[in-house]
Design a protein around this ligand. Sequence first.
Ligand SMILES: *Cc1c(COP(=O)(O)O)cnc(C)c1O
Length: 371
Amino acid sequence: MKGRIYMEPIYVTKPFLPPIDEYIGYLEKIWECGILTNNGPLHNEFEQKLCSDFGWKNVSLFTNGHLALEVALRVLDLKPGSEIITTPFTFVSTAASIVNQGFIPVFCDIGENCTIDTTQIESLITEKTSAILPVHVYGFPCDVDGIANIADRYNLKVLYDAAHAIGVRVNGRDISSYGDISMFSFHSTKLFHTIEGGALVYNDDKLKTHINLCKNFGISGSETIELVGLNAKMSEFQSAMGLLSLKYLDSIIERRKSIYERYMSNLFGVKGIKIFLADSNYISHNYSYVPVLFENGRDCVYDVLTKNNIFPRKYFYPAISNIDCYKKYLGSNTLDVTASTASQVLTLPIYPTLSLDNVDKICEIVKDAIR
Ligand SMILES: *Cc1c(COP(=O)(O)O)cnc(C)c1O
């Protein structure tokens, strides 16, 4: 059968929704107690549960991941206007947080697994550099040991954009145990969500007061304001969704794993296609995205899929260094791997209710398209 073979469109993702009765159960608690936001009981329960489930020492919850990143940049005590080395192969939020906070992004090329190429960081360090902001893109861990080594030698702070990396473990440790602060996004399109939301995770207890002041206007008492803050608090409704997402997280990851493996068995080793090995001896993955690189004809594959009512995304195209309002930060350094990856990548659909049959169909269409 030619033409549209699906009645229902298949998007790159579909937000997780818990059984509605369970959410209503939380709504009843909110109604009973009358607290909707500002460190309510569900917010506090969610923080504690996150710490115990992931072994986090400190967490601060936010109304979205982006504001969490901006607050992290404020509390790291970086020299105003200094340079921050980052990756151009990410969602625009990463670079936007740097510019919005008055810093200068310095783009470093990416390596094999689409994360920042550690071997190129040192050549970008100047006397103005204050921090490194790498991204565990697609949940693939950065070279965390290499980055720690450089940061130690040059006395730089490390803020990880771990928006995609909830639940990922490296060397048996939660991924947020690396770097000074890690930011997780809990946006609906992420595998673990609170509708909109995000978190900062950090080991240094001394950061807690500053972070929490920043997200609530700098208010420390009914008549005292300590600093010029912003409003980035997580509400009780978001926290309720978070508690339910947490309850189902293991089964969500389990299901995504079988989908990812199905893509692997269909596409691994196919000429002209690169699909990434997610797990290894020292990485346990969360299968948050299925990025696939097409040596040739990425746009053609995209068009054929969308004609079949399947909607992958070109995450992350264009690279940030190619977006007009960020181009001026691109120095003389070359970003060859970034350029080729951005022009070759498609992220294919993955979400718990996607059937393995549909994965097979998507792969058939993909293979047909490149033949
Ligand atoms: C989603 C995302 C963010 C921002 O998170 P929001 O919760 O949507 O504000 C930041 N960085 C990356 C890489 C992301 O994918």
